[in-house]
Design a protein around this ligand. Structure first.
Ligand code: UDP
Ligand code: MG
Length: 328
C-alpha cells in the first residue's frame, strides 16, 4: 500500500434530515471507525465527519453542534432550509474537497454498513478513484421498494443511462473524482447517474443493507417517484424520441382509418362512424396530452436550469474552522 504517494485525509459526509433519533448512534459508530483508521495510520488525523443538516425541524442541529464540541473530528454544516438529500451531499462535498484527499458519503440512518468504510479506503489506496458501495441483499427493503427499484434500474439501463445497480449514495470519491463531479453544473441533481460519467478507475465494495437503525424513512413514495422521474428526464431524451415514433405510428393509423372510411362510404354503409369517432377522439386526445406534458417536463427542466439559482444556502458551518489554528 502506497501511503506516502497518496493523500490520506478523509472526510465522511453525512446528510441528515430529522435524524435526531439515530444521530447519537451514527456519531458513535462513525467516530469509532474513523478513530480506528487514524490509529492504523490509514487516514490522517485531520480527517473529519461532516454532518450536513438539511433543514431539520427536530433537534438534529443542536445535537451536531454539541457533538462537534465534544469530538474534534465531528463537524457540521447547516442549511437555511430543506434543500433535499442530493443537494446536501453536494454541499458537503463542495466544502470538504479542499481539505480532503478522499470523500465518503453515507446516509445517517446506518442502513449502509459502516464496516465497508475501511474496505473503501483500501480500494482507494489500491488505485481506485471511485468506490461504489453495493448492497448484496435488499431483504430489509419492502417487496414493493425492491421491485420498483429493480424496474427503475432496468428502465434507466434501457434509456442508455449507465448506473451501478443496487448502489445508492454510499461511495468513496477521490479528490480529483470529486472535483470532476462538482464541475457538473446542473440544478436537477441525480448524483448516482452522474458519478459514472466522471470516469476514472472505479470498483465496488459489497455489504449487506440493514434496517434503518431508528426513525422513519425520509423518502415517502411521492419523493421516490419524483426522484426517479428526475433521474430519467435529467439523463435521457429517449422519451422525446419515443413520442415522435408514436406520432408516426398514429399518422399511419389515421391514413388507414381514412381509407377505411372511404371504402365504407363507397359501399353505402354510413352510420357506422359513431363508435370509431368517439374512440379516436379520446385516444388521440389522451395521447396528445401525454406528449405535451412530457415535453413540458423537459421545458420545465430547462426552466429550472436557466435560472441558475443557488443549489443551497449555508447558514452555519463548523467544518472549515476545524482546520484553522485557534487564534483566540
Ligand atoms: N435526507 C436529507 N434530506 C431530505 C431527505 C433525506 O438529507 O430531504 C437524508 C436522510 O437524513 C438520510 C438520507 O438522506 O440520511 C437517506 O434518507 P432515508 O434513509 O430516509 O431514505 P431511504 O433509505 O428510506 O430511501
Ligand atoms: Mg435509509
Amino acid at each position: 500500500m502506497n501511503l506516502l504517494k497518496k493523500g490520506n485525509r478523509l472526510t465522511i459526509v453525512v446528510p441528515c434530515y430529522n435524524e435526531e433519533a439515530v444521530l447519537p448512534e451514527t456519531v458513535e459508530q462513525l467516530t469509532q471507525i474513523l478513530d480506528n483508521l487514524i490509529k492504523a495510520n490509514k487516514v490522517a488525523p485531520e480527517s473529519r465527519i461532516l454532518f450536513v443538516n438539511d433543514g431539520s425541524k427536530d433537534k438534529t442541529w443542536s445535537l451536531v453542534e454539541a457533538y462537534s464540541h465534544q469530538i474534534p473530528q465531528v463537524t457540521g454544516l447547516k442549511f437555511s432550509r430543506n434543500f433535499g438529500h442530493q443537494n446536501a451531499l453536494l454541499a458537503g462535498m463542495t466544502i470538504a474537497v479542499k481539505y480532503s484527499d478522499m470523500i465518503i458519503t453515507i446516509d445517517a440512518d446506518l442502513q449502509d454498513d459502516v464496516n465497508a468504510i475501511p474496505k473503501m479506503v483500501n480500494e482507494y489506496y489500491a488505485g481506485f478513484d471511485v468506490v461504489y458501495g453495493v448492497r448484496n441483499n435488499r431483504d430489509t427493503d419492502s417487496t414493493f421498494k425492491r421491485n420498483t427499484a429493480l424496474l427503475f434500474y432496468k428502465i434507466m439501463g434501457q434509456l442508455g443511462v449507465e448506473m451501478v445497480p443496487n448502489s445508492a449514495d454510499y461511495r468513496l470519491l477521490s479528490k480529483r473524482a470529486t472535483e470532476s463531479l462538482l464541475a457538473f453544473k446542473e440544478r436537477n441533481l441525480f448524483l448516482r447517474g452522474m458519478v459514472p460519467l466522471v470516469g476514472y478507475p472505479s470498483t465496488k465494495v459489497f455489504y449487506a443493507r440493514k434496517e434503518r437503525y431508528a426513525g422513519t424513512s425520509k423518502y415517502p413514495l411521492k419523493k421516490m417517484i419524483k426522484f426517479a422521474l428526475d433521474g430519467i428526464t435529467s439523463f435521457s431524451t429517449v422519451p422525446i424520441r419515443l413520442i415522435m415514433n408514436l406520432g408516426i405510428v398514429l399518422v399511419f393509423v389515421g391514413i388507414g382509418l381514412f381509407i377505411y372510411t372511404l371504402v365504407q362510404k363507397a359501399r353505402g354503409v354510413v352510420i357506422t362512424g359513431w363508435s370509431s369517432l368517439m374512440t379516436s377522439i379520446w385516444v388521440v386526445g389522451g395521447v396528445q396530452l401525454i406528449c405535451t406534458s412530457m415535453i413540458g417536463e423537459y421545458v420545465g427542466k430547462i426552466f429550472t436550469e436557466v435560472k441558475q439559482r443557488p443549489r443551497y444556502t449555508i447558514e452555519e458551518e463548523t467544518y472549515t474552522a476545524s482546520f484553522k489554528p485557534d487564534n483566540s
